[in-house]
Design a protein around this ligand. Structure first.
Ligand code: ATP
Ligand code: MG
Length: 754
């Protein structure tokens, strides 16, 4: 393809251009939020492609799947030609999965391994705890244990390593037993959990570096949040040419609680002594007022090296800091303010421009209620994931069993869903028999269905149910395997037939609570996604080919449909907080507001951002050990905002223990220094007049429509309405993304006003 190389550099500043075109072998781009790190990294990928590097020789690791999708879209716009689809791009987990699928057999990994998602992992641990009657005190619930295991794995401490250290200290706790049982159960089910994906990929690349012998360049976004395993993976990915570009910001490291190593930045400089470090110093995202205020927060960390950052935008509107009496009132206030903002500015903003960022998913509930009451359409980037909705998860589990019947976890969940006359006892006996005979539950189920063996607790109707079940699974498997058409629509038809056979509609209607229509729509959306995904895989659109050389060994042959199904299942398991059907909005083009956790908002930006729940106990969290990390979390939240930032907290919380109200205090990170906040006997307290007189950086009052309008005028966007009336079609379906930065002053998008 002939590409206009210059186009890749359009709209970048000098330092960014230098970084994009740098000949440095190992490059670290370290810079504050909104300085264009991700944009620079994306352009560098496009630059490499434009200069003739093959996309399948480039690995790009992003922090979320959504981020890689966006990056691909950007690259597509810059250079086109579909090259972006052949990149090896994704999260570390999805890249590792791709390598394991292709070459896992080289390290003895059974082909067709499944991925244990979060619910599988906790189901396994819960069962172990119950079976052995382990105590669940002191945070030893399934969730707590899972994160302990995960943290150990992220530090490359296998169960044997762990037991060895425990032995030395003469410690024999329940945890190591659960850990080793958990590993055994995963193995029996032919499952890898998220951490295993990375660890096994390490094993693979260490033993067979040829798998990555074609890799010319490795690029990583959000590097500050990588862990030790990911660091080693990076080195191995790059082992042939040692060409690496990472971008990151130590001030935004917020995954230490999940064993991310902020020290990886330094480690990398030591490992590659010729590393070139580039700093970007201009902020293109936020108004100067928002930037100043965020810096006040992060600069409280005195151990942090001071660095330069200059705003490119004008001062703008002071961030709003507001105290509300209760969390409920806080949520109501946000809904009112959203509505007011839109109405009083003549719908200058759409809901797409607005995000509410919360510390934890729990906080989102009250906000959701208020959004619904005020008819504000929203989407959740927090909370339940599409693939975990009950009605979707069951279909997914059927497909996982069809793909690999040895997946005990999925099998146990669907064996009696819909009901087939099996009780608790039957389940216990099936598992116990399988364990005794050292075989999979599926094998026992088949034998029991044929009447070859007797399993306690299964009645005659139960046996009939089982044999029907076995037949349905087998028939569906055959349908997948025997397909010769390679037509993705077949996937949809097979799934539909399956659902008819198990009377799924009746089950969803009668057994699952809530709106049938909504639930069935999710099921249909799921089928659509499966068809689309398999179609892309089979037509080769969405996959870079990993090298297929004889030196590496034969790869496993699968039918096209089965292969595509396997990839779809992996993608579903790894989907972070993907919502299936995009929230529809009001259907009138007013867009959809985003509610997200702060963690999930990393790397993103919105014109208007609300950060509720800024009280001590939530930020910093009462259980958080590392307050510096908590401060960085607030910093990440604040720096998502482009034009308007609202911070708020309730002065009273409901205390579950006493059943009464409990006073709460403004987050201490907001209560110091130049924030213009007075300290009182009950801790920091805001007095509105002080805020304004102390400094100009925060306001207690919401901006008047005139202020909002004036800011926009000052930013040279006074023609926003004219622009629309001329009804000039914009290049990319409404959002002029290429010029996102330059035309987006204070985050107000040009040209969407209808
Ligand atoms: P974060 O640390 O939050 O991930 P980042 O450093 O990755 O931030 P980007 O998301 O790449 O920053 O860029 C922030 C915004 O600034 C984007 O809207 C981007 O398009 C815009 N931008 C980046 N560079 C420029 C530039 N040279 N001119 C105009 N706008 C720019
Ligand atoms: Mg970024």
């Amino acid at each position: 393809t002939l590409v206009d190389v210059g186009q890749v550099l359009d709209g970048l500043n000098k330092v960014q251009r230098e970084a994009v075109t740098s000949e440095a072998e190992v490059l670290q781009i370290l810079a504050p939020p909104g300085s264009g790190k991700t944009r620079t990294l994306t352009s560098r990928v496009a630059w490499l492609l434009a200069n003739g590097m093959y996309p399948s020789n480039i690995i790009v690791a992003t922090f979320t799947n959504k981020a890689s999708k966006e990056m691909k879209e950007r690259i597509s716009k810059m250079i086109g030609g579909g090259l972006e689809n052949r990149l090896i791009i994704g999260t570390f987990h999805s890249i590792a999965t791709r390598y394991l699928r292709k070459y896992g057999h080289l390290i003895g990994l059974p082909s067709g391994f499944g991925i244990a998602d979060t619910s599988d992992s906790s189901a396994i641990i819960t069962r172990i705890i119950k079976k052995h009657k382990y105590s669940t005190m002191d945070g030893n619930d399934a969730g707590g244990i899972k994160s302990r295991i995960s943290n150990l794995k992220s530090k490359m401490q296998s169960v044997d390593d762990y037991i060895a250290t425990q032995k030395k200290s003469n410690h024999n706790d329940e945890f190591s037993k659960i850990y080793s049982q958990y590993e055994k159960e995963l193995k029996n089910s032919n499952l890898l959990d998220f951490d295993d994906l990375l660890l096994r990929c390490l094993d693979l690349l260490r033993a067979h570096p040829l798998c990555v012998s074609n890799i010319e360049s490795v690029l990583i976004d959000e590097f500050q949040d990588t862990n030790l395993v990911q660091f080693d993976l990076m080195c191995l990915f790059a082992s042939r040419r040692n060409k690496i570009t990472i971008v990151g910001d130590p001030d935004q490291s917020i995954y230490g609680f999940r064993a991310a190593e902020i020290g990886n930045l330094r480690a990398m400089q030591e490992f590659y002594p010729h590393t070139i470090v580039v700093n970007l110093e201009e902020n293109y995202r936020s108004s100067a007022a928002i930037l100043t205020c965020s810096l006040e927060v992060i600069q409280q960390d005195k151990t942090r090296p001071e660095k330069g950052i200059t705003p490119t935008h004008e001062l703008g509107i002071s961030p709003v800091l507001r105290e509300l009496p209760t969390p409920d009132a806080e949520a109501r206030w946000i809904a009112q303010e959203v509505t007011r903002l839109r109405i009083t500015t003549g719908n200058l903003f759409t809901f797409d421009d607005i995000a509410i960022l919360v510390r934890s998913g729990g906080l989102a509930r009250e906000i959701e209620t208020q959004m619904t009451r005020n008819r504000i359409p929203y989407r959740l980037l927090a909370g339940i994931r599409f693939f975990e909705r009950a009605e979707v998860k069951t279909v997914l589990d059927y497909l996982r069993v069809i793909f690999d019947p040895n997946n005990n976890e999925a099998l146990l969940r669907i064996l009696n869903t819909p009901r087939r006359g099996l009780g608790d006892k039957a389940f216990k006996e099936l598992s116990a028999t399988a364990e005794k005979k050292e075989t999979s539950i599926w094998n026992i189920v088949q034998k029991a269905a044929r009447g070859d063996i007797k399993v306690g607790g299964i009645s005659n109707p139960g046996i009939t149910g089982l044999s029907k079940f076995v037949k349905i699974i087998r028939d569906t498997q055959n349908a997948f395997k025997s397909d010769q058409t390679k037509d993705p629509e077949i996937v949809g038809k097979i799934i539909q037939t399956l659902l008819e056979k198990i009377d799924y509609k009746v089950y969803v209607g009668e057994k699952l609570q809530g709106e049938f229509e909504d639930r069935w729509q999710h099921v249909e959306e799921f089928i659509t996604q499966a068809v689309e995904f398999c179609g892309n895989v089979m037509s080769g659109i969405d996959e870079a080919d990993l090298p297929d050389t004889e030196a590496i060994g034969n790869t496993v042959e699968e039918s096209a449909l089965i292969g595509a199904l396997g990839k779809f299942l992996a993608t579903a398991a790894l989907a972070s907080v993907k919502e299936g059907p995009e929230a529809a909005g009001n259907g009138d083009g007013t867009g959809v507001l985003t509610i997200s956790t702060i963690h999930n908002a990393k790397g993103l930006e919105w014109p208007i951002v609300f950060v509720p729940g800024c009280y001590n106990g939530s930020i910093p969290h009462s259980r958080a050990e590392d307050h510096d990390e908590e401060r960085r979390l607030l910093y990440v939240a604040m720096t998502r905002a482009q034009a308007l930032l609202y911070l708020s907290y309730p002065s009273q919380l409901w205390d579950r223990k006493s059943g009464g109200a409990q006073e709460s205090n403004l987050c201490s990170f907001l209560a110091g220094g130049n924030m213009g906040i007075l300290m009182t006997d009950r801790g920091p307290h805001i007095t509105p007049d002080k805020i304004l007189s102390f400094s100009n950086i925060m306001s207690r009052e919401c901006p008047t429509p005139e202020m909002v309008q004036a800011t926009i005028n000052a930013a040279g966007l006074s023609n926003i309405h004219d622009e629309v009336e001329s009804d000039k079609p914009s290049q990319h379906g409404g959002l002029d993304e290429d010029n996102y930065g330059s035309q987006l002053q204070y985050g107000v998008r040009k040209g969407y006003q209808r």
